[in-house]
Ligand binder design. Structure first.
Ligand code: PLP
Length: 301
């Protein structure tokens, strides 16, 4: 069983521009849920790992980009549980390995590479079969870790008392995390996801199918993608450094920085009613900051 920290801090984000609107904003530090890897990816893995054990599989195989939080989380989970892991990485091998892949490898993950056009077939039986021919039997986890078994692990994030918050916010990539949260929705809770992708038009449908919940208690905002997945203009990077300076909480540009910018922007535009109590989920991913020189340089100054 994965060992997740059961005592996750929830910090109040206190600033005059929030107080002035009669709103309270809190941040749940899921980035602190595990000593090796942080964030939602371990939550999504938890019950997949149980299922792999039940099926007597001793090897996990999954897919991701070279800076993937999910690849690193899978490697760390495999190390913790004594399971073999294979990471199939999009694109050619680049040496020296970047920090994400260096860590994944040091946790015992075998790294394999697929050129970009083959990688597109990652959900097709013929490609999976060729991987089985090569590596033997494995438990397959999809890219990003989103499947039906990801939801109950994410739902465990919701250990606050019912009635505590009016709004719960999270960043959205595949929608697995949002789907997991809303699958545990309680009376009076409104969920708002912030898409990190541009033109992610099928997200609503994906979340609806995964969670089996019609809209009503949830919504996805598409205004704060900053140009698309992994696009990080300087204004966003500066915002992250400013946020860190003010609140001593690190963010990263791919997901959590965009969400926090979005929440503060919506607060300034009176999107939330007076008296709203907002909980944002810090979904982690801080290891990915290492891919952004600008952040590293500013921090080391
Ligand atoms: C993967 C990831 C997300 C997106 O989660 P989905 O379940 O794919 O929507 C959000 N934040 C961080 C830090 C992530 O690594």
């Amino acid at each position: 069983m994965l060992n997740l920290n059961s005592d996750i801090p929830i910090q109040k984000i206190q600033a005059p521009e929030i107080d002035l609107k009669g709103i309270e904003l809190y941040l749940r530090r899921e980035d602190l849920n595990h000593p090796l890897v942080s964030g939602n990816k371990l939550r999504k893995l938890k019950y997949n790992l149980e299922e792999a054990k039940n099926q007597n599989k001793d090897t996990l195989l999954t897919f991701g980009g070279a800076f993937s939080n999910h690849i690193l989380a899978t490697a760390a989970a495999g190390k913790e549980l004594g399971m073999k892991t294979i990471g199939v990485i999009r694109g050619e091998e680049m040496l020296p390995l970047n920090p994400t892949l260096t860590d994944s490898h040091s946790y015992g993950m075998h790294l394999a590479y697929l050129d970009r056009s083959s990688y597109r077939n990652k959900n097709e039986d013929s490609l999976i079969q060729s991987l089985r021919d090569k590596f033997g039997d494995f438990y397959l986890i999809p890219e990003g870790g989103t499947n039906a078994l990801a939801l109950p692990g994410v739902r465990e994030i919701m250990d606050w008392e019912a009635g505590t918050y009016t709004h719960i916010c999270c960043p959205v990539g595949t929608g697995g995390t949002l789907a997991g949260l809303i699958s545990g929705a309680r009376e009076g809770e409104q969920f708002l996801g912030f898409s990190a992708l541009k033109n992610a038009l099928s997200l609503e449908e994906d979340v609806r199918l995964l969670s089996a919940k019609e809209k009503g208690c949830w919504n996805i905002n598409h205004e704060f993608h900053f140009g698309g997945y992994a696009k990080a203009p300087k204004t966003l990077l500066d915002f992250i450094l400013d946020f860190e300076g003010k609140f001593s909480i690190p963010l990263e540009p791919i997901y959590t920085g965009k969400m926090m910018w979005g929440i503060l922007d919506l607060i300034s535009k009176d999107y939330f009613k007076v008296g709203s109590k907002i909980l944002a989920i810090h979904t982690g991913g801080l290891q990915g900051r290492r891919g952004f020189d600008y952040l590293a340089k500013q921090v080391s100054k």
